[in-house]
Design a protein around this ligand. Structure first.
Ligand SMILES: Nc1nc2c(ncn2[C@@H]2O[C@H](COP(=O)(O)OP(=O)(O)O)[C@@H](O)[C@H]2O)c(=O)[nH]1
Ligand SMILES: [Mg+2]
Length: 294
């Protein structure tokens, strides 16, 4: 049997539905999805193996003009994933955004090297008239919905057509190349994101200080870092209610990922201005790109 395999980078503006698409392609909730923008901060790797095709899917932070060093790290991660791609899936929120060239969104002088499949997402939110207009205007695009699964066969076929012949790169049963520890961090961050409003979610980072997979229940000590005391108080909530709710939701998610009981020891600490501090960014998993000169 001749197989195909390669790197499929999912890119686009914030909130287009990239992480929802990664989760659908993998068949498991690996990446944080949220109506709040900028929930994805670094690249998430998902694997999809079906029949004779293996996709190494890279979910990326949304392409946007960086406002601070954290954003520069996020953009750097997205651009690196574009450079690695065999195929790029450019996800557009068809209900909200106009279709702009990916190079323009990414601030690139030349288009990316890899072929681009245009995925007009949130098709479930557009009416038939607009759907027909979109299809006429972008005949090569796939109108789809990462939420409902509509259009997935067409999208998979369009991606597969660009994948090179190659042996599989990872074991067929693997869902990711990243470790549970990474996804535990993301699960805690996702639970925090859901419980917080306004600007606070952007100031939250999670660090897994200890991950003892061999103990039963699995023992995890996690710290939620915020930038200011006022944010710490919000995160803890009156009588510790909010942090308790975050911990409970996060634990349940991690238990699905590890397939067993988890003890989550969750702390909140202030790490002043971490979003602007290159050393703190690197420690929290968001290193600035090597060519960052600002
Ligand atoms: N109605 C609808 N909502 C979607 C679809 N795909 C994603 N969303 C929602 O759009 C928001 C942003 O999704 P997310 O995957 O986090 O976007 P990302 O920032 O591009 O990764 C979330 O609230 C998703 O539930 C879709 O096909 N239809
Ligand atoms: Mg995302």
């Amino acid at each position: 049997m001749s197989t195909r395999a390669g790197i499929v980078t999912v890119a686009g503006r914030p909130n287009a539905g990239k992480s929802t698409l990664l989760n659908r392609l993998v068949g498991q909730h690996l990446a944080i999805t949220s109506p709040k923008p900028q929930s994805t901060r670094d690249r998430i790797v998902g694997l999809r193996t079906e029949g004779d095709v293996q996709m190494v899917i890279l979910d990326t932070p949304g392409l946007l003009e960086p406002q601070d060093p954290l954003h520069r790290a996020m953009l750097g991660a997205a651009l690196a994933a574009l450079r690695e791609a065999d195929v790029i899936v450019h996800v557009v929120d068809a209900a909200r955004d106009a279709v702009a060239p990916l190079a323009q969104l990414a601030g690139l002088e030349t288009p990316p090297r890899a072929p681009v499949v245009l995925a007009l997402n949130k098709g479930d939110l557009v009416n038939d008239v607009r759907r027909r207009a979109l299809a006429a205007e972008h005949p090569d695009a796939v109108v789809m919905s990462a939420k409902t699964g509509h259009g997935m066969p067409e999208l998979l076929a369009a991606i597969t057509a660009h994948l090179p012949p190659s042996p599989f790169l990872y074991p067929e049963d693997d869902l990711s190349t990243q470790h549970l520890r990474f996804f535990a961090r993301e699960a805690v961050r996702e639970a925090a994101l859901e419980q917080l409003d306004e600007e606070v979610p952007h100031a939250v980072a999670c660090e897994i200080e200890e991950f003892r997979e061999s103990s039963a229940p699995v023992y995890i000590r996690a710290v939620l870092h915020v930038e200011r005391d006022s944010q710490k108080r919000i995160l803890i909530g009156s009588g510790g209610q909010r942090i308790k709710a975050i911990g409970q939701a996060a634990r349940q998610r991690i238990e699905v990922l590890v397939g067993g009981a988890v003890y989550l020891d969750l702390w909140v600490k202030v790490l002043p201005n971490w979003r602007r501090n290159p050393t703190a960014l690197a420690r929290l998993g968001y290193p600035l790109p090597p060519d960052d000169t600002k």
